[in-house]
Design a protein around this ligand. Structure first.
Ligand code: PRP
Ligand code: URA
Length: 211
């Protein structure tokens, strides 16, 4: 596995929150809150290389030159539905971020992604993009979303998942070696239904209470 394009964010706070997320007894309200909180903590690292520029500031003591993030050139793209659960967590740190949406679901028989919605910021080609989805399983949904966005921008694309499976990471590294993956945990494997083991079950259902 190419660790150059993979960052596992195993900060103690993230690990602790992830353990509660995995617990099948955790209800939808707490699940949603935790997904948001983990996304905030992950965002802190995934935005580490945002470009800075000088800004002059007058403190109560003197004038000084310090740093600000240059331009407003970031977009996040949650994959519907479960990626929506991560959006508020990113807004907490980057309130001006633009948000695109890609609707994909996995066909339960073939596990192939089916696209049903897409709306991206009109200036997507000028923005760095972070795609959000709590689960990177076979990698089919992630690869489809990256394909779609790559056709519309030459700039950096990152993928942020909470739990990744080795199969999904391998697929993205093979098909999109330029995409850096951030996850909070690398789990063991997929089961026969394409679910991550041990995982947390169906993220969309647990966020929206649909099962
Ligand atoms: C889940 C998850 C990912 C996808 C991951 O979505 O949120 O988008 O599966 O699986 P993959 O890596 O094998 O493609 P799902 O298809 O269940 O749709 P939902 O979010 O609408 O529930
Ligand atoms: N999608 C989910 O929501 N969970 C999994 O374990 C795999 C795909």
């Amino acid at each position: 596995m190419n660790m150059e394009n993979l960052t596992i964010l195993d900060h103690p706070l993230i690990q602790h929150k992830l353990s509660i997320l995995r617990d099948k007894h955790t209800g939808a309200k707490q699940f949603r809150e935790l997904v948001g909180e983990i996304a905030t903590l992950m965002c802190y690292e995934a935005t580490r290389d945002l470009p800075l520029e000088d800004v002059e500031v007058e403190t109560p003591i003197t004038r000084t030159v310090c740093k600000q993030i240059s331009g407003k050139k970031l977009a996040i793209v949650p994959i519907l539905r479960a990626g929506l659960g991560m959006v508020d967590g990113i807004y907490q740190l980057v309130p001006s971020v633009k948000v695109g949406h890609i609707g994909l679901y996995r066909d339960p028989e073939t596990l192939q992604p089916v696209e049903y919605y897409c709306k991206l910021p009109s200036d997507i080609k000028d923005r760095e993009v972070i795609i959000l989805d709590p689960m990177l399983a076979t990698g089919g949904s992630a690869a489809a979303a990256i394909d779609f966005i790559r056709k519309r921008t030459d700039r950096s694309i990152k993928f942020m998942a909470i739990i990744a499976a080795p199969e999904g990471v391998k697929k993205i590294h093979e098909k999109h070696p330029d995409v850096h993956i951030y996850c909070a945990a690398m789990d063991e494997k997929l089961n026969d239904h394409g679910y991550i083991v041990p995982g947390l079950g169906d993220a969309g259902d647990r966020i929206f209470g649909t099962k």
